[in-house]
Design a protein around this ligand. Structure first.
Ligand SMILES: NC(=O)c1ccc[n+]([C@@H]2O[C@H](COP(=O)([O-])OP(=O)(O)OC[C@H]3O[C@@H](n4cnc5c(N)ncnc54)[C@H](O)[C@@H]3O)[C@@H](O)[C@H]2O)c1
Length: 351
């Protein structure tokens, strides 16, 4: 097996996270050879034995690497990817890969032209909560599904550093939106018929910090992705509704359950039943024993799996998992999201 000899450009928050991840691999699988950053301060705590450079050009010229991880802020991704590709290095680019579909196409073309691998670090495909729900979906565990909700609510709301500038690709749609849309498209492998979205700046002046995206898929599923940084009630939740039960998750560790009914209500008495919900036979408390809970499926995944797959793709043992055409589709959805939010209208999409 050939070793992935990696150089990271942009040794900030994510560059450091990725360097930490590399330290969990055997040097024969992935070896972090070099890091490059235009800010010398960032290079001061580079891991021992790792070469440091002040620019991608210097790293490409001097370091013995075969793969570049691009972890610079969003607008510089196309330039970094094209430079790495021109130097015949494989490329892993941070998300969002590009701030427009046109720029993304240029990056893909540059990598194709130079015969190098190109993939994007959308490692949240290996989030435990998502994978549990994907298992529920793939195995039809709640029957014919009609709705999937993915919700992420935060506790603060204000953006930091370059994330406050629209021209830097700030805002939550470019940030978590990429991951949450990618997860949904990877789960519901069906064309999108139409999409409606609300995108807002709740407390941030210049960039979005709330969005709600509703996608109607050709296979009958309606998916809703809602993110609010200023909900002040932190939560990561999923709901899948089907005609044989509901699956619920609350938490990144996949805490949740599948709920079914023991039997459907028949011969409900015609007289009014008073409940806390008022006079209702459908929304008051369920009779004892009516609702039955089951455990969610177990999954064993983590973000390291992303790089394990990359090592295999690098050695031509499998295809890259995060494929350029999937990344492109997410960017197209994001364009439709913006268009819908601007016009207040649903957008006809793929089907
Ligand atoms: N995959 C994920 O889950 C995830 C999580 C966080 C951030 N990200 C992505 O990672 C990227 C970096 O984000 P961050 O939060 O680490 O930002 P950051 O500001 O902490 O780090 C960026 C680094 O790049 C350096 N830099 C800027 N321009 C450069 C250039 N031309 N050449 C070399 N170095 C340069 C900066 O000095 C800084 O050290 C973004 O695209 C972001 O969206 C991905």
């Amino acid at each position: 097996m050939e070793t992935v000899k990696l150089g990271i450009v942009g040794f900030g928050f994510m560059g450091h996270c990725d360097a930490d991840m590399m330290s969990t691999f055997d040097d024969s699988e992935i070896k972090l050879v070099a890091v490059a950053d235009t800010n010398p301060e960032q290079l001061k705590d580079a891991p021992e034995g790792v070469e440091t450079y002040n620019s991608i050009e210097e790293m490409l010229e001097k370091a013995d690497i075969n793969t570049v991880m691009v972890s610079t802020p969003n607008p510089s991704h196309p330039e970094m990817v094209k430079k790495a590709a021109a130097a015949k290095k494989n490329v892993i680019c941070e998300k969002p890969a590009a701030m427009s579909v046109a720029l993304f196409d240029e990056m893909v073309a540059a990598c194709k032209e130079n015969g190098v691998l190109f993939t994007v670090h959308q490692q949240r495909r290996w989030d435990k909560d998502y994978r549990i729900m994907k298992e529920v979906y793939d195995k039809n565990m709640v029957g014919d599904m009609y709705v999937i909700k993915s919700q992420l609510y935060g506790f603060n709301g204000n953006m930091h550093d370059w994330h406050v500038y629209p021209e830097m690709g700030g805002g939550m749609l470019y940030d978590w939106g990429v991951h949450l849309i990618d997860q949904m498209l990877d789960m519901v492998k069906s064309e999108i018929v139409s999409l409606y979205a609300d995108v807002r700046n709740v407390i941030n002046e210049n960039v979005d910090d709330y969005f709600n995206i509703i996608m109607k898929f050709k296979n009958g599923v309606t998916a809703e992705i809602e993110l609010g940084t200023y909900y002040l009630t932190p939560k990561r939740a999923w709901f899948i509704g089907g005609n044989k039960g509901s699956a619920i998750i609350d938490g990144f560790n996949g805490e949740g359950k599948i709920v079914r009914t023991a039997h459907l209500l028949e011969n409900v008495p015609g007289k009014i039943t008073m409940t806390a919900a008022g006079p209702t036979r459908s929304f008051g408390p369920a009779a004892p024993g009516l609702l039955q809970e089951e455990a969610l499926p177990e999954v064993d995944v983590n973000h390291r799996n992303y790089f394990e797959h990359f090592v295999k793709a690098f050695n031509k043992e499998e295809e890259v998992v995060i494929k350029p055409e999937q990344v492109r589709r997410v960017l197209c959805v994001m364009d439709a999201v913006r268009e819908s939010a601007k016009t207040g209208k649903a957008i006809a999409f793929e089907a």
